[in-house]
Design a protein around this ligand. Structure first.
Ligand code: ATP
Ligand code: MG
Length: 171
């Protein structure tokens, strides 16, 4: 099915905004979600539920592994044949030596650090499987102690305006 990815990504992030606003306790960590989206509607052939699951995983990680809160920056842009989404946090970051394993099943950075947070270490492995199934790629860029950015690219065929050749149809 063709999905308007601007609308869907906004809808998913709206839910996270609502969750965050519910936590009115001033001692709780504070987050802001920023969105930098292309204005153009991008129609992408994806499964809405599967895409939602991937973004939920990455957003939940961004919150879970940012103990001091901060800004979560999201972007959506198009290249000539892909849409690219990114989600950046200002959290713990991922050590360079672990970057290659982050999408492996059950892999978690520093067992002690992760145990407190809870989780199985499957979120990103499943996300990668889903993104690949949609024909896309997922990758990460991270600096320990500064934060992480997760990128997703999905195949995209730009919508070309049809050129109606009146002369031919009027024949
Ligand atoms: P689950 O998602 O199954 O509940 P999980 O969050 O531990 O458990 P993944 O989402 O697969 O599993 O992430 C794997 C590991 O990668 C995490 O345990 C964490 O160490 C690290 N990680 C993932 N996202 C981030 C992030 N945004 N910042 C810092 N570390 C991260
Ligand atoms: Mg996770």
């Amino acid at each position: 099915e063709y999905v308007n990815i601007n609308e869907l990504f906004n809808y998913i992030l709206d839910r996270f905004d609502m969750i965050i606003k519910k936590e009115e306790d001033p001692k709780k960590k504070k987050y802001t979600i920023e969105r930098y989206f292309t204005k153009k509607d991008l129609w992408v052939e994806i499964d809405t539920d599967k895409f939602t699951q991937v973004i939920d995983n990455i957003m939940n990680n961004a919150i879970k592994y940012s103990p001091d809160g901060g800004v979560i920056t999201t972007r959506l842009l198009e290249t000539h044949n892909h849409v690219i989404l990114s989600i950046s946090d200002q959290g713990l970051g991922i050590p360079r030596k672990d970057l290659g394993r982050i999408f492996d099943r059950f892999f978690r950075v520093d067992k002690a650090r992760s145990r407190k947070q809870g989780g199985t270490g499957l979120g990103l492995a499943i996300s990668k499987e889903v993104v690949n199934m949609l024909g896309g790629q997922i990758w990460v860029d991270s600096v320990e102690g500064k934060g992480s950015t997760f990128y997703i690219s999905l195949p995209y065929v730009p919508y070309e305006e049809e050129e109606w050749d009146d002369e031919e149809t009027e024949k």
